[in-house]
Write a protein that binds this ligand. Structure first.
Ligand SMILES: Cc1ncc(COP(=O)(O)O)c(C=O)c1O
Length: 363
């Protein structure tokens, strides 16, 4: 009979030493580390929508009667509604449990053990995480000091074994966009380019129209940020139409759950409301940026998303993170080879900005 050690030995070799993904903790756990009463907190660590979801989503989910039924595996209504929202045909769209799900589906579809995937850190951690799980090899091409892509270095590493490259635009955590010329240059190479537009509603510039022109471009989007339903997990990919049937075939059949399904449709039926919250966040991004610029020991980077990255000068980013945490303000800090002593603050409501600036002033 196998003992527990034997079973552990069966874990795939490539996954044993793999670094875990660093997720954000839920607010009750974070509040436990703060010195403030419950509810008296500002959660600015997950790039979420502080205004919540559309009231139409709340109402529809409360009254929904069919939770006992499986959702449509072909995602018909959702893909039709997304086609109207994005201006591409429904047969170019695949929906998933967050864009994370799409990242996973794409890698499972294209990557065989040993295939190479280019990642340009600092960027979203899910790309190398899912690449390793799919058995691919991550080829790291760090961004330049201003967080722009190092195109000559990217071109240099592309070889016959390179299948795919991920580019987030706006990039998380730096907030800057990739240039259209850079994207077109990469599209001219023999590899699949996945452009992650998780924050596109805050930037206003999408590369979606290019999907019709290029056979090797996939654009990812999400409802987590602008639509305020991160907890329901809803995202989608805009993909070359000939690749969609493969993605639909290998995805988990019921990957978007019934609540997310309803929430997507209701969000898309309440665009004016959601656009107002997006506008409020874009306006608040400027207020936060100006507020952060007052501090000589912080260097905020201009952002086209709903967060601002700051280099912390003469101090430790972790100390700032811990100091704010004590006061019930939750942000992210980074101590990686590409980002040493940086913090990232999500854009919140005006009262959150006032609170974070006042707390930083006390430090
Ligand atoms: C660039 C980027 N892509 C994708 C995601 C994940 O989005 P979702 O919640 O749709 O899985 C995030 C979340 O932080 C992100 O920053």
């Amino acid at each position: 009979m196998l003992n527990s050690k034997d079973v552990e030995k069966m874990v795939r070799g490539g996954l044993k030493g793999m670094k875990a993904y660093t997720p954000v903790d839920p607010v009750d756990v974070l509040t436990g580390r703060a010195e403030v009463p419950e509810g008296d907190t500002a959660k600015l660590d997950g790039n979420e929508n502080p205004y919540g979801c559309s009231p139409r989503v709340q109402k529809a989910l409360a009254g929904f009667q069919d939770y006992n039924r499986y959702p449509d595996p072909d995602q018909r209504d959702v893909r039709r509604a997304l086609a109207v929202y994005t201006g591409v045909k429904a047969d170019s769209i695949v929906a998933g449990a967050g864009s994370d799900d799409l990242i996973d589906i794409i890698l499972r579809l294209f990557i065989e053990p040993g295939d190479r995937v280019i990642n340009c850190p600092p960027t979203f951690g899910m790309y190398p995480f899912c690449t390793v799980i799919a058995g691919g090899e991550v080829i790291k091409v760090p961004r330049r000091p201003d967080f722009s892509l190092d195109l000559p270095a990217i071109k240099k590493v592309i070889d016959a074994g390179t299948k795919l490259i991920f580019i987030a635009s706006p990039n998380n955590p730096s907030g800057n966009m990739a240039g259209v010329a850079e994207i077109k240059e990469l599209l001219s190479r023999d590899l699949i380019l996945v452009v992650d537009e998780a924050y596109v509603e805050f930037s206003g510039n999408s590369l979606t129209p290019l999907v019709k022109q290029y056979a090797n471009l996939i654009v990812l989007r999400t409802f987590s940020k602008w639509a305020g339903i991160a907890g329901l997990r809803a995202g989608y990919g805009i993909c070359p139409a000939n690749i969609v049937p493969y993605m639909m075939k290998i995805k988990q059949p019921y990957n978007i759950n019934m609540a997310a399904y309803v929430a997507i449709l209701e969000s898309l039926a309440d665009l004016d409301y959601l656009q107002n919250t997006v506008n409020a966040m874009v306006k608040e991004r400027d207020v936060l940026f100006k507020g952060l610029q007052q501090f000589k020991w912080l260097k905020p980077y201009p952002s086209r998303a709903n967060f601002i990255l700051c280099a912390v000068l003469y101090r430790s980013a972790k100390d700032i993170y811990l100091g704010l945490q004590k006061k019930g303000i939750f942000i992210r800090y980074f101590e990686t080879p590409e980002l040493k002593d940086y913090i990232r603050i999500s854009v919140g409501r005006p009262e959150d900005t006032l609170r974070v600036i006042a707390a930083l002033r006390d430090m």
